[in-house]
Design a protein around this ligand. Sequence first.
Ligand code: GLN
Length: 262
Amino acid sequence: MGGGREVLGALSAPPALRICHLYPDLLNLYGDRGNIMVLVQRARWRGLPVTVTEVGLGEAVAPDAGDLFFIGGGEDRQQRIASDDLCRIKRAALEEAMRDGGVMLAVCGGYQLAGRYYRPAEGEDLQGLGLLDLWTEHPGPTTRRLIGNLVIEVEGMDDPLIGFENHGGRTHLGPGARPLGRVLTGFGNNGEDGWEGAVSRRVYGTYLHGPFLPKNPAFADRLIREALERRHPGVVLSPLPDAQAARARAVMLARLGQRAAG
Ligand code: GLN
């Protein structure tokens, strides 16, 4: 009959981190894939099972394909291809995953596509997923790109986030999204209002490239914890020794005239 319920297994198994990497080949500017490597390794160091599901062009994504969805950066040409695919065959599932407590990290070109629309340097607007209440417009091919090191202060985090930005698009937030952080060094969303990135529910968008999670282990852990909480509320992550990352961060912050906390 198969009517039994697995009780012991469910209680004793460590929670698994399920990552879904969208467009790993198409959107992987500046080694965004490195963010996935950091998430995987930090889970493994804690003895947590990890799965990474890659979903590319033309492939459907299940709302349950992951608890942490990642989408990286790309140039306008790649973004146009991704925009069409996202809106045609992935949007409904991703909306459902986010409603259900899923986490998303969207970087640069992916960040722009998580918003309502992206107006590229040339050509028609690209539709976004609308998971973040924001829009992005590129003023044109002759306008200065926003390039350089980027340091932001994030509410609720002791230390700033460090990364690199390179985008032509200027992003503006609507009332339904709040900024991820305040710019300490660099340009951020548009180089004018002092804000960087966006958050809504557990959807995070940012211009921090790099990849940026190797430089910001505390933020990587925040994403891992929130992803695990979807199926394991109250989960606690054991701390990891991050002395090397802390030294690298201190050097970078000093070079940029910023100071690490503590
Ligand atoms: N094409 C977008 C822009 O220039 C995004 C670039 C990127 O992902 N680095 O704004």
